[in-house]
Write a protein that binds this ligand. Structure first.
Ligand SMILES: NC(=O)C1=CN([C@@H]2O[C@H](COP(=O)(O)OP(=O)(O)OC[C@H]3O[C@@H](n4cnc5c(N)ncnc54)[C@H](O)[C@@H]3O)[C@@H](O)[C@H]2O)[C@H](O)CC1
Ligand SMILES: [K+]
Length: 218
């Protein structure tokens, strides 16, 4: 699917079918957590890097469900939870109230302290809302994450990869596993994307079959 199509699925599910965005985010995050749990060792500590939007919001849901599955998990917020909005803000609040460890990292030095070689790293930095190559702190977060030797998971798509063309930017999260929502993105067919996607798995988010049919997903 194209970026715009998958974003339409999201808004049609909410506006035409009346499914709350929170339900979509919960389904996305729970499904992603279950795939990460199946792919990691229970002994792996997992650190989720959260960006400014709903891709970051997914990260707060993933954290809650990974903890329920028995993993040691924490979050690095590149935007303080209180500055988030909408569904991302709601789930950041829930994670905070659930006592899931969250550190904010708003500088490169803070990032350097939190992105280390001891955790499986999950990229919830930028998703389908990204435009162009990761800028500023997001560029640094991808650089630091790629420099560790631990396993890396991308949520929805690797930060830095163009959703529709599959063209990697000069700083693209190099995932071993990519968990994408609703359907694989058109750009995933580009051979240049393969080193950054790793193994790709698709997770459904609960939108009705009739809506998936409208977009040719089923
Ligand atoms: N139906 C679905 O597929 C669902 C998807 N979900 C998740 O939501 C994200 C898309 O969320 P959105 O808030 O629209 O965008 P992002 O999270 O990607 O954040 C965009 C945000 O980031 C800033 N930004 C944009 N480009 C750059 C850049 N090059 N460098 C730095 N910063 C950038 C800008 O502020 C943008 O506003 C989707 O991927 C899924 O993960 C739902 O959770 C469930 C349903
Ligand atoms: K991502």
């Amino acid at each position: 699917m194209k970026r715009d199509e998958v974003r339409q699925v999201d808004s049609i599910a909410i506006n035409e079918y009346g499914i709350s965005g929170l339900v979509l985010m919960e389904n996305a995050g729970r499904g992603a957590a279950e795939r990460i749990a199946a792919w990691c060792d229970r002994s792996d500590a997992v650190r989720i890097l959260c960006g400014p939007g709903n891709n970051g919001g997914d990260g707060y849901v993933i954290a809650r469900h990974l903890e329920l599955l028995g993993f040691a998990v924490d979050l690095v917020a590149l935007v303080p939870p209180e500055k988030l909005s909408g569904d991302a803000s709601a789930n950041a609040m829930i994670a905070q109230r659930s006592g899931i460890p969250i550190v904010t990292a708003e500088s490169v030095s803070e990032l350097e302290q939190s992105i280390d070689g001891n955790h499986v790293l999950v990229d919830c930095l930028l998703g389908t809302g990204a435009k162009g190559a990761p800028r500023g702190l997001y560029h640094d977060a991808v650089r630091l994450a790629n420099a560790t030797d631990r396993k890396r998971v991308a949520i929805d798509l690797p930060t830095g990869l163009d959703c529709d063309t599959g063209q990697p930017s000069e700083m693209t999260f190099r995932a071993d596993l990519t968990i994408t929502f609703v359907a694989a993105k058109d750009g995933f067919q580009n051979p240049d994307a393969a080193p950054f996607l790793g193994h790709v798995e698709t997770v459904g988010i609960g939108v009705p079959r009739v809506l998936l049919r409208r977009f040719g997903v089923v």
